[in-house]
Design a protein around this ligand. Structure first.
Ligand SMILES: [Zn+2]
Length: 72
């Protein structure tokens, strides 16, 4: 079963920015495409340390990663 190699490029990660839901500071995170085109994980803000729930989606039309941050 090796059918989803359309965006995976040998362990490459993508740097994507998002705005903290708490203090709107711009943060950077690394998206691992091997985890799928729709991901959700928690990352602490680098400015205020508040946890953000990140909803990560790959926009196949624009070929870019989109992140929506939500306060935990
Ligand atoms: Zn913050």
């Amino acid at each position: 079963m090796n059918s989803e190699d359309h965006i995976s490029e040998s362990g490459q990660t993508y740097s994507v920015s998002f705005e903290c839901a708490n203090c709107i500071a711009v943060n950077h995170t690394f998206v691992d495409p091997s985890q799928g085109t729709s991901q959700e994980y928690v990352e602490d803000c680098q400015a205020c340390c508040a946890p953000n729930i990140l909803h990560v989606n790959y926009d196949e039309w624009n070929q870019e990663w989109m992140i929506r941050a939500e306060a935990e």
